[in-house]
Design a binder for this molecule. Structure first.
Ligand code: ZN
Length: 811
């Protein structure tokens, strides 16, 4: 995990809080918002409609026969409608992976669903188009009190989550096309249809589900229609300046200035994110004028699973003008620091403890000022440029040493240790264990005599020694990773302990789980299974170090690209583990464990975990059907994909066999430094370095690889059958390589080896598969004992024993 991977633990939370009250000087936006949120049917205008069609970006909603009623106009504008009767919705995603996703949820690879009710919200242009059809059809206008009564409570609920987008649209100079439909079908229940050209993927169709008290939003499909525009960023961040005070009770009060430059112009509403646990008190412009804002309104329910309900909308006095700078000042207060007992604290808000633009992440400069209780130590991202005291509090200022993608901090009653070097590593560990782990250790010590409590609660009898070792190991891993990725990107590396079982990598700052700081026996007693212990000791700290480059020097542009930084962090930590063990099996045994997890059948479904969805589905992989697929696919299949690329780029006889792979890493990090990148960008860099043997399509394209391994699912299974014929000198081995478990057009270069009678393993050649069976023919000097498929594990696949062996002309 890195700081940007805010695939949120808060995802499944709670109904949104009540609307906040905007400042007094902004009654107009507030009134508009409230009118949009409370609008009901215009009961006098209920239309009987027949064959009315609403089309947007290839999605067609067809109202065959029924009653259509518009919502009351707000400021003269109709913003929605409801329909009861018989309707149908059609959509066909352009991309095979999206069609496969639909097939998983609906059994067919397209949307063609009948419905009986639908609620709509839309932009003014769409409203006009529908109104025109109603008029041209000269349909009867009737009052219908029953219809209005039946819809009233449903409208009230659906208005809440659809109002922010309508509000934004009404205040925009050029509102992007936008249509939202909440559809109720007899076959599938309620589902959502979003067609919104302000989104990178304009079409999103899916369904909220609640399973075992957990809320999911199953994304049936999300895509950019073929001709839809790519929405540009409206604003660039110039800088973030924050002045934060932490009280004794851990309440946080902040005064933050976000400086933005308008790039496009025409919008009045800014979309931001801020933890819902921080209550905004005011937002002002550079001249001190109060701006209207809306916090903790319902956000679109499709977005809750992805980012939690941390939405903050700020309304500018006028539509923004391109080239103009906007300095927004926020004052807010609340509790985002968790107290886990025994002086162990944790900043739970991840990246949202300060207001930032939602959408594509951006690098910017950060100036952080903190005041905090004297008994605590505080560690933050950036260079500490001052520290002091102010009454009964400590103070400090940190300045980003380069543009950062995120800023973070942590605090606690720390023991500290410094390991000199470049970078200097400073470690901060809590002096006591968080209460939950302390309790587990007490319960799980079995028959051993109970150690007196106060001593028992000191799991780090010599914290300095543990910290020093950890620091030395981290510095050693930095040295190793510098060979792969180039110089360490920040002047120092701070390491702080956090409760729980996860870690995060911020610029120059790591959060590492308490378990990293525990001896193995205590890890087991605190409930970590053996495999997790291995991960905690051998991989977790070093995975986070890799994120200093992959995630903090360059960052993924969207949820579809997140697998690259996670797969890279995971894979490089496996490489480092092998380096430390000085044996190849270390890396291979991790990869084989990963393969087994990916190919294991999910209970109840009989399907492999891999089939939950392709790597580039990101957060969507965790659905109500596969609640835990995200982690395994993103990290473990991600690591395999990086491994396969490394193996293909490898030149075994060169002085540095991995020179091309290392070149790929360094080029990516240089080209996208302090920028975001996509999987397509990554593919382009691979194509610049690809070898002739990688060019399976003779097109200098790696589409075959990225399509199969990143944009689609499937893990092949291989077996061979062959005959061996005697020749004048040696033997001729002829046979077929069988491929199953993947599509018929799946292609891969599969290495085949033979074991000679002396036991020596010999590379025969590679077969490029072109379907279920691929023939091969290799000459050998001596009759081989057996054939091996990819014994070096260069491909994510399963292999089966030989199907048949024919021996001809041999004695
Ligand atoms: Zn990670």
């Amino acid at each position: 995990m890195w700081a940007g991977g805010s695939f949120s633990a808060f995802a499944q939370q709670a109904p949104p809080a009540a609307a906040s009250i905007a400042s007094e000087n902004s009654l107009k936006p507030q009134q508009l918002y409230e009118s949009l949120a409370s609008v009901q049917l215009d009961t006098a205008k209920v239309y009987s409609v027949r064959n009315l069609s609403i089309r947007r970006d290839g999605v067609e909603i067809f109202l065959e026969n029924g009653k259509l009623a518009f919502l009351q106009p707000v400021e003269g504008q109709i913003t929605g409608a409801v329909f009861s009767g018989h309707g149908r919705i059609f959509a066909v995603p352009p991309d095979p992976a999206e069609r496969a996703s639909l097939a998983q949820y609906l059994k067919v690879p397209l949307i063609d669903v009948d419905f009986a009710q639908a609620y709509f919200r839309f932009d003014p242009l769409t409203a006009n188009r529908i109104a025109e059809q109603v008029t041209t059809q000269k349909e009867s206008v009737t009052g219908d009190a029953d219809l209005a009564a039946a819809w009233s409570p449903i409208i009230s609920g659906l208005n809440l989550s659809s109002t922010p987008r309508v509000f934004e649209s009404l205040l925009s100079a050029k509102p992007p096309a936008h249509l939202y439909a909440a559809v109720n079908s007899a076959q599938f229940g309620g589902f959502d249809v979003v067609v919104d050209e302000s989104r990178a993927e304009a079409v999103l169709i899916g369904q909220p589900r609640r399973v075992n008290n957990e809320d999911f939003f199953n994304v049936w499909t999300s895509y950019k229609p073929v001709n839809a525009p790519v929405p540009p960023d409206d604003f660039a961040i110039i800088s973030d300046i924050q002045d934060t005070t932490i009280e004794d009770d851990l309440t946080l009060t902040a005064d933050a200035v976000l400086k933005l430059k308008c790039l496009i112009g025409g919008e009045r509403v800014l979309n931001l994110e801020l933890s819902r646990f921080l209550k905004v008190q005011s937002v002002t412009d550079a001249d001190g004028n109060a701006l209207a804002f809306f916090q903790n309104q319902d956000i679109r329910r499709q977005d809750i699973a992805r980012r939690g309900n941390d939405a903050l909308y700020v309304v500018l006095p006028q539509q923004a003008v391109a080239g103009t700078q906007y300095d927004l000042r926020f004052k807010y207060r609340g509790t985002v620091i968790e107290d886990d007992g025994n002086g162990v604290y944790f900043v739970g808000a991840r990246g949202s403890w300060y207001p930032h633009l939602s959408g594509t992440p951006q690098f910017s400069s950060f100036d952080l000022k903190f005041r905090w209780p004297k008994k605590l130590r505080l560690v933050a991202t950036g260079e500490e440029i001052s520290h002091g005291e102010d009454g009964n509090q400590l103070t400090g200022e940190w300045h980003s040493t380069a543009p950062f993608i995120f800023a973070g901090f942590n605090l606690g009653e720390y023991a500290a240790e410094t390991v000199p070097g470049k970078p200097e590593i400073q470690l901060f560990a809590n002096q006591q264990l968080e209460q939950s782990i302390a309790n587990l250790l007490q319960q799980n010590t079995g028959n051993r005599p109970l150690v007196p409590l106060p001593r028992f609660l000191r799991p780090l009898p010599t914290p300095a020694a543990v910290l020093k070792d950890l620091g030395k190991n981290l510095l050693d891993s930095v040295r190793y990773y510098e060979r792969l990725n180039g110089p360490f990107p920040f002047p120092e590396l701070n390491v702080s302990q956090i409760p729980g079982t996860f870690g995060q990598g911020w610029p120059g700052l790591l959060y590492l789980t308490t378990f990293v700081f525990l001896p193995p026996q205590a890890q087991a007693e605190a409930g970590l299974p053996q495999i997790s212990q291995e991960e905690v000791q051998r991989l977790v700290p070093y995975h986070e170090v890799v994120h200093q480059w992959w995630g903090n020097v360059i960052a993924p542009a969207s949820y579809r690209d997140n697998w690259i930084v996670e797969g890279m962090a995971d894979y490089q930590s496996l490489m480092y583990d092998q380096e430390k063990k000085r044996s190849k099996p270390a890396l291979q045994s991790w990869l084989l464990q990963y393969r087994d997890a990916l190919t294991s059948k999910e209970p109840g479904t009989g399907k492999s975990l891999d089939s939950a969805g392709p790597l580039d589905f990101g957060y969507r992989l965790n659905s109500s059907n596969t609640p835990n697929a995200y982690r395994i696919i993103t990290y473990e299949k991600g690591a395999w994909v990086i491994h396969m690329l490394r193996m293909m780029l490898r030149e075994p006889r060169a002085k540095d066999p991995d020179a091309r792979f290392e070149e790929l890493l360094k080029r990516m990090l240089a080209r996208y430094r302090e920028k975001t990148f996509s999987a397509r960008d990554f593919q382009t860099e691979v194509e610049r370095l690809m070898t002739p043997s990688m060019d399976l399509e003779n097109s200098r394209s790696m589409d075959w690889f990225f399509d199969q391994w990143v944009r689609q699912t499937g893990i092949p299974e291989y077996s061979v059958d062959f005959t061996v014929r005697a020749r004048k000198s040696g033997v001729l081995v002829e046979g077929a390589l069988h491929q199953s478990g993947v599509s018929k057009v799946f292609t891969e270069r599969v290495p085949i080896y033979a074991v000679e009678p002396q036991g020596r393993r010999m590379f025969l050649g590679s077969a490029v598969t072109t379907g279920p069976a691929t023939s091969f023919r290799f000459a050998m000097r001596v009759r081989p004992l057996k054939r091996l498929i990819d014994p070096e594990h260069t491909i994510l696949c399963r292999t089966r024993g030989f199907v048949r062996t024919f021996l001809q002309g041999l004695d």
